[in-house]
Design a binder for this molecule. Structure first.
Ligand SMILES: [Zn+2]
Ligand SMILES: [Zn+2]
Length: 618
Protein backbone atom coordinates (compact mmCIF):
# COMPACT_ATOMS: atom_id res chain seq x y z
CA UNK A 1 0.00 0.00 0.00
CA UNK A 2 1.47 3.30 -0.98
CA UNK A 3 1.74 6.37 1.15
CA UNK A 4 -0.47 8.26 -1.27
CA UNK A 5 -3.49 6.17 -0.33
CA UNK A 6 -3.01 5.26 3.30
CA UNK A 7 -6.51 4.46 4.42
CA UNK A 8 -8.53 3.26 1.44
CA UNK A 9 -10.44 0.02 1.67
CA UNK A 10 -12.16 -2.31 -0.76
CA UNK A 11 -15.53 -0.71 -0.12
CA UNK A 12 -16.35 2.38 -2.21
CA UNK A 13 -14.62 5.39 -0.72
CA UNK A 14 -16.78 8.01 0.96
CA UNK A 15 -17.79 10.99 -1.11
CA UNK A 16 -15.24 13.73 -0.44
CA UNK A 17 -16.52 16.75 1.42
CA UNK A 18 -15.25 19.14 -1.19
CA UNK A 19 -15.50 18.34 -4.87
CA UNK A 20 -12.44 17.44 -6.90
CA UNK A 21 -10.44 17.28 -3.71
CA UNK A 22 -6.87 16.65 -4.83
CA UNK A 23 -8.01 16.00 -8.38
CA UNK A 24 -4.62 14.84 -9.50
CA UNK A 25 -3.83 12.66 -6.51
CA UNK A 26 -1.47 9.94 -7.71
CA UNK A 27 -2.21 6.38 -6.65
CA UNK A 28 0.12 3.41 -6.60
CA UNK A 29 -0.07 -0.20 -5.51
CA UNK A 30 -3.23 -2.33 -5.81
CA UNK A 31 -6.10 -0.46 -7.43
CA UNK A 32 -9.55 -1.60 -8.51
CA UNK A 33 -10.34 -0.92 -12.14
CA UNK A 34 -13.42 -1.09 -14.35
CA UNK A 35 -12.59 -3.07 -17.48
CA UNK A 36 -13.96 -1.26 -20.52
CA UNK A 37 -16.06 -4.21 -21.66
CA UNK A 38 -19.80 -3.52 -21.45
CA UNK A 39 -20.88 -6.95 -20.24
CA UNK A 40 -23.07 -7.56 -17.22
CA UNK A 41 -21.23 -10.83 -16.53
CA UNK A 42 -17.95 -8.88 -16.12
CA UNK A 43 -19.51 -6.03 -14.19
CA UNK A 44 -17.30 -6.05 -11.11
CA UNK A 45 -14.01 -4.39 -10.21
CA UNK A 46 -10.73 -6.12 -11.00
CA UNK A 47 -7.50 -5.50 -9.11
CA UNK A 48 -4.24 -4.47 -10.80
CA UNK A 49 -0.95 -3.13 -9.51
CA UNK A 50 -0.53 0.52 -10.45
CA UNK A 51 3.05 1.80 -10.79
CA UNK A 52 3.49 5.22 -9.18
CA UNK A 53 5.48 6.54 -12.13
CA UNK A 54 2.41 6.43 -14.35
CA UNK A 55 0.98 9.33 -12.37
CA UNK A 56 -2.49 7.77 -12.52
CA UNK A 57 -5.38 8.05 -10.07
CA UNK A 58 -9.15 7.92 -9.83
CA UNK A 59 -10.65 8.55 -13.25
CA UNK A 60 -7.51 7.70 -15.22
CA UNK A 61 -7.84 5.66 -18.40
CA UNK A 62 -5.18 2.95 -18.41
CA UNK A 63 -4.30 -0.14 -20.37
CA UNK A 64 -4.26 -3.53 -18.69
CA UNK A 65 -3.94 -7.12 -19.80
CA UNK A 66 -7.33 -8.82 -19.49
CA UNK A 67 -7.69 -12.48 -20.47
CA UNK A 68 -4.40 -12.05 -22.29
CA UNK A 69 -5.53 -9.04 -24.34
CA UNK A 70 -4.55 -5.39 -24.03
CA UNK A 71 -7.74 -3.73 -22.80
CA UNK A 72 -8.68 -0.23 -21.69
CA UNK A 73 -9.76 0.22 -18.10
CA UNK A 74 -10.75 2.99 -15.71
CA UNK A 75 -9.04 3.43 -12.35
CA UNK A 76 -11.70 3.40 -9.61
CA UNK A 77 -9.49 3.77 -6.55
CA UNK A 78 -7.11 2.02 -4.20
CA UNK A 79 -8.21 -1.37 -2.92
CA UNK A 80 -7.30 -3.86 -0.23
CA UNK A 81 -9.06 -6.63 -2.12
CA UNK A 82 -5.86 -8.12 -3.50
CA UNK A 83 -5.86 -11.59 -5.06
CA UNK A 84 -2.83 -13.89 -4.85
CA UNK A 85 -1.65 -13.14 -8.32
CA UNK A 86 -1.88 -9.59 -9.54
CA UNK A 87 -0.92 -8.10 -12.89
CA UNK A 88 0.53 -4.65 -13.36
CA UNK A 89 -1.17 -1.79 -15.17
CA UNK A 90 0.63 -1.56 -18.51
CA UNK A 91 0.37 2.10 -19.32
CA UNK A 92 -1.53 5.31 -18.94
CA UNK A 93 -3.80 6.03 -21.92
CA UNK A 94 -4.31 9.74 -21.22
CA UNK A 95 -3.19 12.32 -18.71
CA UNK A 96 -6.82 13.45 -18.38
CA UNK A 97 -8.72 12.41 -15.25
CA UNK A 98 -12.11 11.50 -16.66
CA UNK A 99 -14.03 11.46 -13.38
CA UNK A 100 -13.64 12.06 -9.67
CA UNK A 101 -15.03 10.26 -6.65
CA UNK A 102 -18.35 12.12 -6.74
CA UNK A 103 -18.92 11.33 -10.39
CA UNK A 104 -18.02 7.74 -9.67
CA UNK A 105 -20.65 7.68 -6.92
CA UNK A 106 -23.21 8.79 -9.53
CA UNK A 107 -22.03 6.24 -12.10
CA UNK A 108 -22.28 3.46 -9.51
CA UNK A 109 -25.79 4.56 -8.57
CA UNK A 110 -26.77 4.50 -12.26
CA UNK A 111 -25.17 1.10 -12.79
CA UNK A 112 -27.27 -0.19 -9.89
CA UNK A 113 -30.54 1.54 -10.82
CA UNK A 114 -30.46 0.58 -14.51
CA UNK A 115 -28.78 -2.82 -14.06
CA UNK A 116 -26.15 -1.72 -16.56
CA UNK A 117 -22.42 -2.43 -16.55
CA UNK A 118 -20.40 0.34 -14.90
CA UNK A 119 -18.28 0.42 -18.09
CA UNK A 120 -21.40 1.28 -20.11
CA UNK A 121 -22.33 4.09 -17.75
CA UNK A 122 -18.82 5.59 -17.85
CA UNK A 123 -18.88 5.28 -21.64
CA UNK A 124 -22.01 7.46 -21.73
CA UNK A 125 -20.82 9.96 -19.16
CA UNK A 126 -17.44 10.86 -20.64
CA UNK A 127 -17.06 11.83 -24.30
CA UNK A 128 -15.08 9.76 -26.80
CA UNK A 129 -11.43 10.71 -26.65
CA UNK A 130 -9.76 12.75 -29.40
CA UNK A 131 -6.10 12.46 -28.40
CA UNK A 132 -4.83 15.38 -30.45
CA UNK A 133 -7.11 17.77 -28.55
CA UNK A 134 -5.26 17.01 -25.34
CA UNK A 135 -1.99 18.54 -26.60
CA UNK A 136 -3.22 22.11 -26.53
CA UNK A 137 -5.14 22.17 -23.30
CA UNK A 138 -5.65 25.59 -21.87
CA UNK A 139 -4.50 26.32 -18.39
CA UNK A 140 -7.27 26.25 -15.82
CA UNK A 141 -8.88 29.58 -15.26
CA UNK A 142 -12.05 30.43 -13.53
CA UNK A 143 -13.62 33.56 -14.86
CA UNK A 144 -15.92 35.74 -12.92
CA UNK A 145 -18.46 37.39 -15.13
CA UNK A 146 -18.31 41.16 -15.42
CA UNK A 147 -21.78 41.27 -16.92
CA UNK A 148 -24.57 42.97 -15.07
CA UNK A 149 -26.76 40.62 -13.12
CA UNK A 150 -30.00 39.70 -14.94
CA UNK A 151 -33.06 41.81 -14.12
CA UNK A 152 -35.71 41.04 -11.52
CA UNK A 153 -36.49 37.37 -11.28
CA UNK A 154 -39.95 36.20 -12.36
CA UNK A 155 -39.56 33.33 -9.89
CA UNK A 156 -39.81 35.60 -6.84
CA UNK A 157 -43.53 36.15 -7.46
CA UNK A 158 -44.32 32.47 -7.95
CA UNK A 159 -45.85 30.19 -5.32
CA UNK A 160 -42.87 28.68 -3.45
CA UNK A 161 -40.61 30.83 -5.63
CA UNK A 162 -38.80 32.28 -2.60
CA UNK A 163 -38.18 28.79 -1.33
CA UNK A 164 -36.54 27.86 -4.64
CA UNK A 165 -34.36 30.97 -4.65
CA UNK A 166 -33.31 30.30 -1.04
CA UNK A 167 -32.36 26.73 -1.94
CA UNK A 168 -30.32 27.97 -4.89
CA UNK A 169 -28.46 30.38 -2.63
CA UNK A 170 -27.43 27.89 -0.06
CA UNK A 171 -28.92 24.50 -0.19
CA UNK A 172 -30.28 21.56 -2.01
CA UNK A 173 -33.65 20.10 -2.87
CA UNK A 174 -35.89 18.81 -5.63
CA UNK A 175 -38.18 21.29 -7.36
CA UNK A 176 -40.67 21.09 -10.21
CA UNK A 177 -41.28 24.42 -11.92
CA UNK A 178 -44.24 25.25 -14.16
CA UNK A 179 -43.25 28.54 -15.76
CA UNK A 180 -45.77 30.93 -17.19
CA UNK A 181 -45.46 30.75 -21.00
CA UNK A 182 -43.85 34.18 -21.19
CA UNK A 183 -41.39 33.30 -18.38
CA UNK A 184 -40.05 29.99 -19.67
CA UNK A 185 -36.55 31.25 -20.49
CA UNK A 186 -36.62 33.87 -17.73
CA UNK A 187 -37.19 31.29 -15.01
CA UNK A 188 -34.17 29.27 -16.16
CA UNK A 189 -32.04 32.42 -16.32
CA UNK A 190 -33.18 33.43 -12.84
CA UNK A 191 -32.30 30.02 -11.39
CA UNK A 192 -28.85 30.06 -12.98
CA UNK A 193 -28.31 33.67 -11.84
CA UNK A 194 -29.18 32.86 -8.22
CA UNK A 195 -26.83 29.87 -8.32
CA UNK A 196 -23.89 31.86 -9.72
CA UNK A 197 -24.51 34.65 -7.23
CA UNK A 198 -24.00 32.07 -4.49
CA UNK A 199 -20.63 31.15 -6.00
CA UNK A 200 -21.84 27.82 -7.34
CA UNK A 201 -22.06 26.41 -10.87
CA UNK A 202 -25.05 25.35 -12.95
CA UNK A 203 -26.03 22.86 -15.63
CA UNK A 204 -29.06 23.39 -17.89
CA UNK A 205 -30.15 20.41 -19.96
CA UNK A 206 -32.29 21.06 -23.04
CA UNK A 207 -33.92 18.44 -25.27
CA UNK A 208 -32.76 19.63 -28.71
CA UNK A 209 -29.64 21.12 -30.24
CA UNK A 210 -31.11 22.33 -33.52
CA UNK A 211 -32.56 24.87 -33.54
CA UNK A 212 -30.97 26.07 -30.31
CA UNK A 213 -33.87 26.34 -27.84
CA UNK A 214 -34.78 29.90 -26.90
CA UNK A 215 -34.07 29.06 -23.27
CA UNK A 216 -30.49 27.99 -24.09
CA UNK A 217 -29.98 31.15 -26.14
CA UNK A 218 -31.30 33.27 -23.24
CA UNK A 219 -28.76 31.76 -20.86
CA UNK A 220 -25.90 32.48 -23.26
CA UNK A 221 -27.21 36.05 -23.58
CA UNK A 222 -27.36 36.48 -19.83
CA UNK A 223 -24.06 34.87 -18.82
CA UNK A 224 -21.92 35.05 -21.98
CA UNK A 225 -18.38 33.76 -21.58
CA UNK A 226 -19.28 31.86 -18.45
CA UNK A 227 -21.39 29.47 -20.53
CA UNK A 228 -20.17 26.36 -22.30
CA UNK A 229 -22.60 25.32 -25.03
CA UNK A 230 -22.43 21.54 -25.07
CA UNK A 231 -24.89 21.22 -27.94
CA UNK A 232 -24.34 19.26 -31.11
CA UNK A 233 -20.95 19.74 -32.80
CA UNK A 234 -18.55 17.07 -33.99
CA UNK A 235 -16.61 14.68 -31.81
CA UNK A 236 -13.52 16.89 -31.79
CA UNK A 237 -15.37 20.08 -30.84
CA UNK A 238 -17.30 18.27 -28.12
CA UNK A 239 -14.15 16.78 -26.64
CA UNK A 240 -12.43 20.19 -26.68
CA UNK A 241 -15.36 21.80 -24.88
CA UNK A 242 -15.41 18.99 -22.35
CA UNK A 243 -11.67 19.41 -21.64
CA UNK A 244 -12.27 23.13 -21.09
CA UNK A 245 -15.05 22.33 -18.64
CA UNK A 246 -12.70 19.97 -16.78
CA UNK A 247 -10.13 22.76 -16.69
CA UNK A 248 -12.60 25.04 -14.90
CA UNK A 249 -13.08 27.42 -17.80
CA UNK A 250 -16.88 27.73 -17.37
CA UNK A 251 -19.40 28.23 -14.59
CA UNK A 252 -22.46 27.22 -16.63
CA UNK A 253 -22.95 24.33 -19.01
CA UNK A 254 -25.96 24.29 -21.36
CA UNK A 255 -26.39 21.17 -23.40
CA UNK A 256 -28.34 18.13 -24.43
CA UNK A 257 -28.48 14.85 -22.47
CA UNK A 258 -24.72 14.25 -21.94
CA UNK A 259 -24.48 17.68 -20.26
CA UNK A 260 -26.05 16.15 -17.15
CA UNK A 261 -22.60 14.60 -16.56
CA UNK A 262 -20.64 17.82 -17.22
CA UNK A 263 -17.60 17.89 -14.91
CA UNK A 264 -18.32 21.20 -13.15
CA UNK A 265 -17.15 21.66 -9.58
CA UNK A 266 -19.17 23.30 -6.78
CA UNK A 267 -22.32 22.34 -8.61
CA UNK A 268 -25.38 24.17 -7.28
CA UNK A 269 -28.06 23.56 -9.92
CA UNK A 270 -29.18 20.93 -12.41
CA UNK A 271 -32.03 22.39 -14.46
CA UNK A 272 -33.91 20.12 -16.86
CA UNK A 273 -35.76 22.19 -19.45
CA UNK A 274 -39.03 20.64 -20.77
CA UNK A 275 -38.42 17.57 -18.66
CA UNK A 276 -41.09 15.43 -20.35
CA UNK A 277 -39.51 15.62 -23.79
CA UNK A 278 -38.73 12.19 -25.29
CA UNK A 279 -35.21 13.33 -26.26
CA UNK A 280 -34.31 13.45 -22.56
CA UNK A 281 -34.24 9.66 -22.52
CA UNK A 282 -31.20 7.82 -23.84
CA UNK A 283 -32.32 5.05 -26.17
CA UNK A 284 -29.09 3.12 -25.60
CA UNK A 285 -28.07 1.29 -22.46
CA UNK A 286 -28.28 2.33 -19.66
CA UNK A 287 -31.43 3.98 -21.12
CA UNK A 288 -31.54 6.57 -18.40
CA UNK A 289 -33.84 9.58 -18.28
CA UNK A 290 -32.12 12.91 -17.67
CA UNK A 291 -34.65 13.93 -15.01
CA UNK A 292 -33.68 10.94 -12.86
CA UNK A 293 -29.94 11.51 -13.29
CA UNK A 294 -30.34 15.20 -12.48
CA UNK A 295 -32.03 14.26 -9.20
CA UNK A 296 -29.46 11.57 -8.38
CA UNK A 297 -26.55 13.91 -9.06
CA UNK A 298 -28.12 16.77 -7.12
CA UNK A 299 -28.53 14.49 -4.11
CA UNK A 300 -24.94 13.24 -4.31
CA UNK A 301 -23.40 16.69 -4.76
CA UNK A 302 -25.72 18.65 -2.48
CA UNK A 303 -27.20 20.65 -5.34
CA UNK A 304 -30.72 21.71 -6.38
CA UNK A 305 -32.55 19.87 -9.13
CA UNK A 306 -35.23 21.75 -11.05
CA UNK A 307 -37.50 19.98 -13.52
CA UNK A 308 -39.18 22.57 -15.72
CA UNK A 309 -42.30 21.94 -17.81
CA UNK A 310 -45.65 23.56 -18.65
CA UNK A 311 -47.20 20.17 -17.89
CA UNK A 312 -44.91 18.20 -15.57
CA UNK A 313 -44.86 14.45 -16.15
CA UNK A 314 -46.22 11.85 -13.78
CA UNK A 315 -42.66 10.67 -13.23
CA UNK A 316 -41.51 14.15 -12.25
CA UNK A 317 -44.33 14.64 -9.76
CA UNK A 318 -44.47 11.10 -8.34
CA UNK A 319 -41.33 11.78 -6.30
CA UNK A 320 -41.00 14.19 -3.45
CA UNK A 321 -40.63 17.73 -4.74
CA UNK A 322 -41.69 21.30 -4.21
CA UNK A 323 -43.96 22.65 -6.96
CA UNK A 324 -43.20 26.22 -8.06
CA UNK A 325 -45.80 27.89 -10.28
CA UNK A 326 -47.34 31.29 -11.00
CA UNK A 327 -49.82 32.54 -8.44
CA UNK A 328 -52.45 33.44 -11.08
CA UNK A 329 -53.41 31.90 -14.41
CA UNK A 330 -50.96 33.08 -17.09
CA UNK A 331 -52.56 31.01 -19.86
CA UNK A 332 -54.99 31.98 -22.58
CA UNK A 333 -58.51 30.64 -22.04
CA UNK A 334 -59.11 27.29 -23.71
CA UNK A 335 -62.37 26.74 -25.64
CA UNK A 336 -63.62 23.24 -26.33
CA UNK A 337 -65.69 22.67 -29.48
CA UNK A 338 -66.88 19.69 -31.50
CA UNK A 339 -64.75 19.17 -34.64
CA UNK A 340 -67.38 19.55 -37.39
CA UNK A 341 -66.75 18.21 -40.92
CA UNK A 342 -62.98 17.72 -41.56
CA UNK A 343 -62.23 19.40 -38.28
CA UNK A 344 -63.79 22.69 -39.36
CA UNK A 345 -65.91 23.79 -36.46
CA UNK A 346 -67.83 27.03 -37.05
CA UNK A 347 -66.10 28.60 -34.02
CA UNK A 348 -62.63 27.80 -35.42
CA UNK A 349 -63.56 29.15 -38.87
CA UNK A 350 -64.76 32.42 -37.32
CA UNK A 351 -61.58 32.69 -35.26
CA UNK A 352 -59.38 32.07 -38.32
CA UNK A 353 -61.05 34.88 -40.22
CA UNK A 354 -59.90 37.46 -37.72
CA UNK A 355 -56.58 35.90 -36.62
CA UNK A 356 -53.43 37.70 -37.74
CA UNK A 357 -50.93 35.38 -36.08
CA UNK A 358 -51.90 31.79 -35.33
CA UNK A 359 -50.77 28.20 -35.09
CA UNK A 360 -52.83 25.14 -35.99
CA UNK A 361 -51.60 21.87 -34.50
CA UNK A 362 -52.53 19.02 -36.85
CA UNK A 363 -50.78 15.79 -35.76
CA UNK A 364 -51.49 13.92 -39.01
CA UNK A 365 -49.20 14.39 -42.00
CA UNK A 366 -50.08 14.69 -45.64
CA UNK A 367 -53.32 15.41 -47.50
CA UNK A 368 -55.32 12.27 -46.81
CA UNK A 369 -55.40 8.47 -46.80
CA UNK A 370 -56.56 6.12 -49.55
CA UNK A 371 -59.93 4.57 -48.66
CA UNK A 372 -60.94 2.53 -51.69
CA UNK A 373 -59.48 1.42 -55.04
CA UNK A 374 -61.24 3.19 -57.91
CA UNK A 375 -60.59 0.28 -60.30
CA UNK A 376 -61.73 -2.77 -58.34
CA UNK A 377 -63.64 -1.20 -55.47
CA UNK A 378 -61.70 -3.07 -52.78
CA UNK A 379 -60.56 -1.26 -49.62
CA UNK A 380 -57.20 0.37 -50.31
CA UNK A 381 -54.06 -1.40 -49.05
CA UNK A 382 -50.38 -1.48 -50.03
CA UNK A 383 -49.63 -4.19 -52.60
CA UNK A 384 -46.26 -4.87 -50.93
CA UNK A 385 -47.26 -5.05 -47.26
CA UNK A 386 -51.01 -4.31 -46.95
CA UNK A 387 -50.14 -1.12 -45.09
CA UNK A 388 -52.15 2.11 -45.17
CA UNK A 389 -51.60 4.38 -48.20
CA UNK A 390 -51.18 8.12 -47.66
CA UNK A 391 -51.34 10.99 -50.10
CA UNK A 392 -48.52 13.40 -49.25
CA UNK A 393 -46.95 16.11 -51.44
CA UNK A 394 -48.89 14.88 -54.46
CA UNK A 395 -47.95 11.22 -54.37
CA UNK A 396 -49.44 8.16 -52.70
CA UNK A 397 -47.12 5.97 -50.65
CA UNK A 398 -47.40 3.24 -48.08
CA UNK A 399 -46.99 4.61 -44.53
CA UNK A 400 -45.33 1.34 -43.46
CA UNK A 401 -42.90 0.37 -46.27
CA UNK A 402 -42.97 3.62 -48.29
CA UNK A 403 -43.60 1.73 -51.55
CA UNK A 404 -45.50 3.71 -54.22
CA UNK A 405 -49.24 3.22 -53.75
CA UNK A 406 -50.59 0.22 -55.65
CA UNK A 407 -53.81 -1.63 -54.93
CA UNK A 408 -53.19 -4.93 -53.20
CA UNK A 409 -56.10 -6.50 -55.10
CA UNK A 410 -55.63 -5.29 -58.70
CA UNK A 411 -52.41 -3.21 -58.86
CA UNK A 412 -54.19 0.01 -59.87
CA UNK A 413 -52.91 3.37 -58.63
CA UNK A 414 -56.14 5.40 -58.51
CA UNK A 415 -57.81 5.66 -55.10
CA UNK A 416 -60.64 7.43 -53.40
CA UNK A 417 -59.03 9.64 -50.76
CA UNK A 418 -60.38 10.55 -47.33
CA UNK A 419 -59.02 14.03 -46.83
CA UNK A 420 -57.32 14.65 -43.51
CA UNK A 421 -53.87 15.82 -42.46
CA UNK A 422 -51.77 18.97 -42.28
CA UNK A 423 -51.69 19.59 -46.07
CA UNK A 424 -55.48 19.49 -46.24
CA UNK A 425 -55.77 21.79 -43.21
CA UNK A 426 -53.41 24.25 -44.90
CA UNK A 427 -55.64 24.13 -48.00
CA UNK A 428 -58.95 24.83 -46.30
CA UNK A 429 -57.46 27.33 -43.87
CA UNK A 430 -56.23 29.34 -46.91
CA UNK A 431 -59.79 29.62 -48.06
CA UNK A 432 -60.84 31.07 -44.72
CA UNK A 433 -57.98 33.17 -43.40
CA UNK A 434 -57.29 36.78 -44.31
CA UNK A 435 -53.50 36.38 -43.84
CA UNK A 436 -51.11 33.91 -45.58
CA UNK A 437 -51.14 30.30 -44.37
CA UNK A 438 -48.00 28.13 -44.43
CA UNK A 439 -47.27 24.53 -43.63
CA UNK A 440 -44.24 23.52 -41.55
CA UNK A 441 -43.46 19.95 -42.50
CA UNK A 442 -41.39 17.39 -40.68
CA UNK A 443 -38.24 18.40 -42.58
CA UNK A 444 -38.67 22.16 -42.28
CA UNK A 445 -36.85 24.06 -39.54
CA UNK A 446 -39.32 24.74 -36.72
CA UNK A 447 -40.22 28.36 -36.14
CA UNK A 448 -42.95 30.47 -34.66
CA UNK A 449 -45.56 32.02 -36.99
CA UNK A 450 -44.58 35.49 -38.21
CA UNK A 451 -46.71 38.56 -37.67
CA UNK A 452 -49.51 38.29 -40.25
CA UNK A 453 -49.14 34.55 -40.77
CA UNK A 454 -50.96 31.38 -39.87
CA UNK A 455 -48.81 28.25 -39.58
CA UNK A 456 -50.03 24.65 -39.75
CA UNK A 457 -47.68 22.11 -38.20
CA UNK A 458 -47.38 18.82 -36.34
CA UNK A 459 -45.93 17.95 -32.98
CA UNK A 460 -42.40 18.29 -34.43
CA UNK A 461 -43.02 21.99 -34.98
CA UNK A 462 -43.52 22.61 -31.26
CA UNK A 463 -40.03 23.63 -30.22
CA UNK A 464 -38.96 26.20 -27.67
CA UNK A 465 -38.90 29.24 -29.94
CA UNK A 466 -39.60 31.70 -27.15
CA UNK A 467 -43.11 32.85 -26.30
CA UNK A 468 -44.48 34.08 -29.64
CA UNK A 469 -47.70 35.45 -28.10
CA UNK A 470 -50.15 34.37 -30.81
CA UNK A 471 -53.78 35.48 -31.25
CA UNK A 472 -54.93 31.93 -31.71
CA UNK A 473 -53.76 28.36 -31.22
CA UNK A 474 -55.98 25.59 -32.60
CA UNK A 475 -55.57 21.94 -31.60
CA UNK A 476 -57.05 19.60 -34.22
CA UNK A 477 -57.63 15.85 -34.11
CA UNK A 478 -57.33 15.81 -30.33
CA UNK A 479 -59.28 12.55 -30.04
CA UNK A 480 -57.10 10.62 -32.52
CA UNK A 481 -54.02 11.81 -30.60
CA UNK A 482 -55.42 10.55 -27.30
CA UNK A 483 -56.13 7.12 -28.81
CA UNK A 484 -52.53 6.46 -29.80
CA UNK A 485 -51.07 3.29 -28.26
CA UNK A 486 -48.46 3.27 -25.48
CA UNK A 487 -48.52 3.43 -21.71
CA UNK A 488 -47.56 7.12 -21.58
CA UNK A 489 -48.97 8.17 -24.98
CA UNK A 490 -51.81 10.21 -23.46
CA UNK A 491 -49.45 12.08 -21.21
CA UNK A 492 -47.11 12.91 -24.09
CA UNK A 493 -50.04 14.30 -26.04
CA UNK A 494 -51.07 16.51 -23.14
CA UNK A 495 -47.51 17.82 -22.78
CA UNK A 496 -47.51 18.88 -26.44
CA UNK A 497 -50.94 20.53 -26.05
CA UNK A 498 -49.63 22.59 -23.16
CA UNK A 499 -46.60 23.54 -25.25
CA UNK A 500 -48.90 24.55 -28.11
CA UNK A 501 -51.22 26.51 -25.79
CA UNK A 502 -48.16 28.32 -24.41
CA UNK A 503 -47.74 29.94 -27.85
CA UNK A 504 -50.94 31.93 -27.34
CA UNK A 505 -50.71 35.22 -25.50
CA UNK A 506 -52.58 35.32 -22.18
CA UNK A 507 -55.43 37.35 -23.71
CA UNK A 508 -55.44 35.27 -26.90
CA UNK A 509 -57.48 32.12 -27.60
CA UNK A 510 -56.88 28.39 -27.61
CA UNK A 511 -59.47 26.24 -29.40
CA UNK A 512 -59.36 22.49 -28.98
CA UNK A 513 -61.65 20.34 -31.14
CA UNK A 514 -62.84 17.16 -29.51
CA UNK A 515 -65.84 14.85 -29.20
CA UNK A 516 -64.81 14.10 -25.62
CA UNK A 517 -64.91 17.33 -23.62
CA UNK A 518 -64.95 15.38 -20.35
CA UNK A 519 -61.73 13.48 -21.01
CA UNK A 520 -59.36 14.25 -18.11
CA UNK A 521 -56.68 15.35 -20.59
CA UNK A 522 -59.04 17.90 -22.15
CA UNK A 523 -60.17 19.01 -18.70
CA UNK A 524 -56.55 19.49 -17.62
CA UNK A 525 -55.88 21.67 -20.65
CA UNK A 526 -59.01 23.75 -20.08
CA UNK A 527 -58.31 24.27 -16.40
CA UNK A 528 -54.57 24.70 -16.92
CA UNK A 529 -54.07 22.22 -14.09
CA UNK A 530 -52.26 19.01 -15.13
CA UNK A 531 -52.88 17.39 -11.73
CA UNK A 532 -56.47 16.65 -12.79
CA UNK A 533 -55.09 14.48 -15.55
CA UNK A 534 -52.50 12.89 -13.31
CA UNK A 535 -55.13 11.91 -10.75
CA UNK A 536 -56.99 10.00 -13.47
CA UNK A 537 -53.92 8.65 -15.20
CA UNK A 538 -51.95 7.25 -12.25
CA UNK A 539 -54.58 4.60 -11.31
CA UNK A 540 -54.94 3.67 -14.99
CA UNK A 541 -51.23 2.94 -15.21
CA UNK A 542 -51.18 1.04 -11.93
CA UNK A 543 -54.08 -1.08 -13.19
CA UNK A 544 -52.15 -1.85 -16.39
CA UNK A 545 -49.34 -3.18 -14.16
CA UNK A 546 -46.97 -0.26 -14.67
CA UNK A 547 -47.36 1.97 -11.64
CA UNK A 548 -45.74 5.40 -12.06
CA UNK A 549 -42.24 5.43 -10.59
CA UNK A 550 -41.88 1.64 -10.47
CA UNK A 551 -38.75 0.52 -12.31
CA UNK A 552 -39.44 -1.62 -15.40
CA UNK A 553 -36.98 -3.96 -17.07
CA UNK A 554 -37.09 -6.05 -20.22
CA UNK A 555 -34.93 -9.12 -19.74
CA UNK A 556 -33.94 -11.55 -22.48
CA UNK A 557 -32.51 -14.98 -21.83
CA UNK A 558 -32.88 -18.73 -21.97
CA UNK A 559 -35.70 -21.10 -21.12
CA UNK A 560 -35.08 -20.95 -17.32
CA UNK A 561 -35.47 -17.17 -17.28
CA UNK A 562 -39.15 -16.93 -16.38
CA UNK A 563 -38.81 -19.33 -13.44
CA UNK A 564 -35.76 -17.47 -12.13
CA UNK A 565 -37.55 -14.11 -12.36
CA UNK A 566 -40.76 -15.42 -10.80
CA UNK A 567 -38.68 -16.50 -7.80
CA UNK A 568 -37.90 -12.81 -7.21
CA UNK A 569 -41.64 -12.13 -6.74
CA UNK A 570 -41.80 -8.96 -8.87
CA UNK A 571 -44.89 -6.71 -8.93
CA UNK A 572 -45.56 -7.63 -12.54
CA UNK A 573 -44.01 -10.35 -14.69
CA UNK A 574 -45.01 -10.84 -18.33
CA UNK A 575 -43.19 -13.51 -20.31
CA UNK A 576 -43.17 -14.42 -23.99
CA UNK A 577 -41.08 -16.74 -26.14
CA UNK A 578 -39.62 -15.65 -29.45
CA UNK A 579 -37.76 -18.42 -31.26
CA UNK A 580 -35.57 -20.01 -28.60
CA UNK A 581 -35.38 -16.86 -26.47
CA UNK A 582 -37.54 -15.83 -23.54
CA UNK A 583 -38.37 -12.16 -23.14
CA UNK A 584 -39.75 -10.96 -19.82
CA UNK A 585 -41.14 -7.62 -18.69
CA UNK A 586 -40.47 -7.12 -15.00
CA UNK A 587 -41.91 -4.36 -12.81
CA UNK A 588 -40.34 -3.95 -9.36
CA UNK A 589 -40.66 -1.82 -6.29
CA UNK A 590 -37.76 0.56 -6.30
CA UNK A 591 -36.09 -0.86 -3.20
CA UNK A 592 -35.91 -4.28 -4.85
CA UNK A 593 -33.72 -3.09 -7.73
CA UNK A 594 -30.29 -3.64 -6.10
CA UNK A 595 -31.12 -7.26 -5.26
CA UNK A 596 -32.60 -7.75 -8.72
CA UNK A 597 -29.44 -6.32 -10.30
CA UNK A 598 -27.17 -8.63 -8.32
CA UNK A 599 -29.30 -11.57 -9.44
CA UNK A 600 -29.19 -10.44 -13.10
CA UNK A 601 -25.40 -10.20 -12.96
CA UNK A 602 -25.22 -13.71 -11.51
CA UNK A 603 -27.61 -15.06 -14.16
CA UNK A 604 -25.63 -13.28 -16.90
CA UNK A 605 -22.46 -14.97 -15.72
CA UNK A 606 -24.36 -18.29 -15.74
CA UNK A 607 -25.53 -17.66 -19.32
CA UNK A 608 -29.24 -17.53 -18.38
CA UNK A 609 -29.63 -13.77 -18.93
CA UNK A 610 -28.42 -12.34 -22.25
CA UNK A 611 -29.70 -8.78 -22.02
CA UNK A 612 -31.28 -6.40 -19.53
CA UNK A 613 -32.93 -3.20 -20.75
CA UNK A 614 -34.18 -0.69 -18.22
CA UNK A 615 -37.30 1.41 -18.79
CA UNK A 616 -38.19 -0.04 -22.22
CA UNK A 617 -40.80 1.66 -24.38
CA UNK A 618 -44.20 0.21 -23.56
ZN1 LIG B 1 -57.91 -2.37 -56.98
ZN1 LIG C 1 -46.33 -1.16 -47.78
Amino acid sequence: MSSAAPSRSATPPPVPSSPREAPTQVLSGPVSVCIDRPLLALDRPFTYDLPRELGAGIGSAVQVSFHGRATRAWVLGATEDVPERILGVRKLVSAVRYFDERSLTLYRAMSERYVAPLATVIGRAVPPRVASEELERRSPQSRASDRPAPGPSPVAGYREGRRLLDALRAGEGAFVVRPAPADEAGVAVACVGATLAAGRTAIVIVPDADPVPATAAAIVDAFGDDVALFLGGDKRARYRTWLEIVAGRYRVVVGTRPAVFAPLVDLGLLYVHREGHPQHRDERSPSYHVRDIARMRARIEGAVSVLGAFCPSLEATAREHVLVEPAGRPWAPVEVVRPGPEGRSPRLLRALRTATRAFMLEPLRGYGVARVCRSCGEPAACSACLGMLRLERGSIRCVVCEAPGRCASCGATDFGIARRGAERVEEWARGVATVPVSLIGRDDPPRAPLEGEIVVGGVDALKDVGAPGLDLVAILHADASLRRPGVDARERVLVTWFEAAAWARPDGRVIVQTEGPNDPAIQALVSGRPERFRRAEAPRRAEAGFAVGSPVFRVAGGAELERELAALAPRTLLASSVGGATICLVVLDEDRVPGFGAEMRRLAAAGIVTRVEAEPHL
